[in-house]
Design a protein around this ligand. Structure first.
Ligand SMILES: NC(=O)c1ccc[n+]([C@@H]2O[C@H](COP(=O)([O-])OP(=O)(O)OC[C@H]3O[C@@H](n4cnc5c(N)ncnc54)[C@H](OP(=O)(O)O)[C@@H]3O)[C@@H](O)[C@H]2O)c1
Length: 257
């Protein structure tokens, strides 16, 4: 039996990864901040699928939280075969409307935690000659979309580079770049969603199924939907100035809904 560790497992995309991997018979290590929610999730997945689901309470915006997960990933007596770096969030407001403390918290979760956890996991995986890492980025990585998009662009670049460096080692790395997914993300970020057209919304369970298939196929970047693949094709051909205007109008209406 293999073990997968998922950060941000209790809601949205992370919860969809947990459901699918449990249904496939993988043991899980579930990571988030909400102890009660983690416990309920572990019990439900264990009871439904007969897998072992361990809980690791960790705030990935803190040194202690990152260290705790690093240590679990480095535990070679209980190896982790698949790491899903999924925990993430959006700040409420545009550039200069957000406090520097909140900007740095985002970089800690989206960049420092992803770098350190990927490194802890892949070091151990490389010595075993197998394993996988999925780093959840966003299509926002490909358009000028504030500090959130910039942090996700780092995730894509880092993952592609690390995948190249580890090619031939048996360890696969993939950046997952979803479009809009109905989760708790937008509400937590105080982000209005009224102006996002219905066709742009993705289903978290379908997204995860495609992501896992893409990892198995050896992709290093996954845009897990044909609509967004087409859109990103157009983005590549569109002048950056025009893109900035388009992306800042889509899903960036902040404040009470
Ligand atoms: N939803 C979208 O439209 C969308 C699109 C593209 C990319 N993404 C990316 O997908 C990932 C998952 O987002 P989602 O939409 O599923 O969001 P979500 O529904 O809000 O879930 C976020 C998860 O992350 C955990 N989390 C948040 N901050 C954390 C921290 N500091 N330490 C540990 N865990 C933390 C939350 O649990 P606790 O609060 O208990 O810690 C929760 O389990 C994020 O990286 C996001 O940037 C989302």
């Amino acid at each position: 039996m293999t073990t997968a560790l998922i950060t941000g497992s209790t809601a949205g995309i992370g919860a969809a990864f947990a459901r699918r991997l449990a249904a496939q018979g993988h043991n899980l290590v579930l990571v988030a901040r909400d102890t009660k929610r983690l416990g309920e999730q572990a019990t439900e997945l264990h009871d439904r699928h007969g897998i072992e689901a361990d809980v690791l309470v960790a705030d990935l915006s803190t040194e202690a939280g990152i260290t705790a997960v690093e240590q679990r990933l480095g535990d070679r007596t209980h190896p982790v075969d698949l790491l899903v770096n999924n925990a993430g969030f959006g700040n409420k407001g545009r550039y200069l409307e957000v406090s520097m403390a909140d900007e740095l918290t985002m970089l800690k979760v989206h960049i420092e935690a992803v770098l350190r956890l990927t490194s802890a996991a892949t070091e151990s995986m490389r010595s075993r000659g197998r394993g996988g890492v999925i780093n959840v980025a966003s299509v926002a990585a490909f358009v000028p979309r504030g500090t959130y998009g910039a942090s996700k662009a780092w995730v894509v670049q880092f993952t592609q580079g690390a995948a190249r460096d580890l090619s031939g080692s048996g360890v696969r790395l993939m950046a997952l770049c979803p479009g809009f997914v109905r989760t708790e993300f937008h509400q937590r970020a105080g982000m209005g969603t009224d102006n996002i057209p219905g066709w742009m919304w993705l289903d978290a369970d379908k997204l995860v199924a495609t992501a896992l298939a893409d990892l198995a196929r050896g992709k290093t970047v996954s845009i897990p939907d044909p609509r967004y693949k087409a859109l990103m094709g157009v983005v590549k051909l569109t002048p950056r100035g025009l893109l900035g205007g388009m992306s800042s109008r889509t899903g960036r209406k902040y404040g009470p809904q």
